[in-house]
Write a protein that binds this ligand. Structure first.
Ligand code: IPE
Ligand code: IPE
Ligand code: MG
Length: 257
């Protein structure tokens, strides 16, 4: 697939979002409302992860990117961070074979060097194990931050092209974007955040430039298929102008399906 930058070219708009990016928020509040420990919300949230992979896979979405742990989530109580890491290990142990069979390619984006060596090894193994798959691309953002992503890309770009330091004016999107962590995927068409907050929380700040942003009050553990369908339906009714006027934008009927 040829990757198109939304700021360099107007991308083709399809009825089915090619790439959906989700901030899975509200696990803690879901649990607290039920007088359960916050960690119960995280455990329950894993089921919604399974459901969302299934739902968007069936819909025809090719790329699903889930924010599992932000670079700022280390600020949480140690027990909660530990539980989240344990859930991550458990999910890798339990799910990877099934994902592999179903044609899912799994990738993790973020600075994984801060994780325990065992978890790092499991992540690399899972990525290698599914590297030949192309039906569905599942990406987990773990110890990910949008600012980290951009800084890391700049560092890698300069390491590869040291001469750019003397010629900074030649640095453009084309030079930088191959080094961003999702360079291989189209930019997200639809962003979903559950849990009621209307913010990006340092998720894919570069890649979300022209993404449609959908927010819902539903907590992640209770976000079901009907809610997913509602988000997709909302997306279908957006007029994606990419800077153009309404008159220049193809009508609904002309949309590529
Ligand atoms: C999202 O749910 C999961 C992670 C950030 C890991 P939260 O844990 O942020 O739940 P709330 O927002 O406190 O309800
Ligand atoms: C964003 O949720 C990160 C993840 C879902 C992994 P947070 O709950 O950490 O975000 P803030 O702190 O409310 O912005
Ligand atoms: Mg939260």
């Amino acid at each position: 697939m040829k990757i198109i930058s939304s700021t360099q070219q107007v991308p083709e708009v399809c009825d089915v979002p090619k790439h959906v990016a989700i901030i899975m928020d509200g696990n803690g509040r879901w649990a607290t409302k039920r007088h359960l420990p916050r960690t119960a919300g995280h455990a329950k949230g894993v089921q919604t992860v399974r459901n969302s992979i299934k739902y968007f896979g069936e819909l025809g979405t090719r790329y699903l990117t889930l924010f599992a742990f932000s670079s700022e989530n280390w600020r949480r109580p140690r027990e909660e961070v530990n539980l989240l890491m344990r859930l991550f290990v458990q999910a890798l142990e339990q799910e990877v074979d099934e994902l592999k069979k179903r044609g899912v390619r799994l990738r993790v984006i973020g600075d994984i060097s801060r994780f325990e060596p065992k978890l790092q090894a499991m992540i690399r193994a899972a990525e290698q194990n599914t590297a030949h798959n192309d039906t569905f691309h599942l990406t987990i953002a773990a110890n990910y931050g949008g600012r980290w992503d951009i800084l890391h890309a700049i560092e890698q770009m300069l390491l590869d092209n040291p001469s750019l330091v003397k010629n900074p004016g030649s640095i453009d999107e084309r030079a930088l974007s191959p080094y961003l962590s999702m360079a291989w995927a189209p930019e997200p068409d639809l962003f979903i955040r559950t849990g009621g907050e209307q913010r990006i929380s340092n998720f894919l700040i570069w890649q979300l430039a022209y993404t449609e942003l959908y927010f819902t009050e539903k907590f992640w553990p209770e976000f079901d298929r009907a809610d997913m369908a509602h988000a997709v339906d909302w997306y279908r009714h957006r007029e994606r102008r990419f800077g153009r006027t309404s008159a220049q934008t193809p009508a609904e009927t002309e949309k590529v399906t």
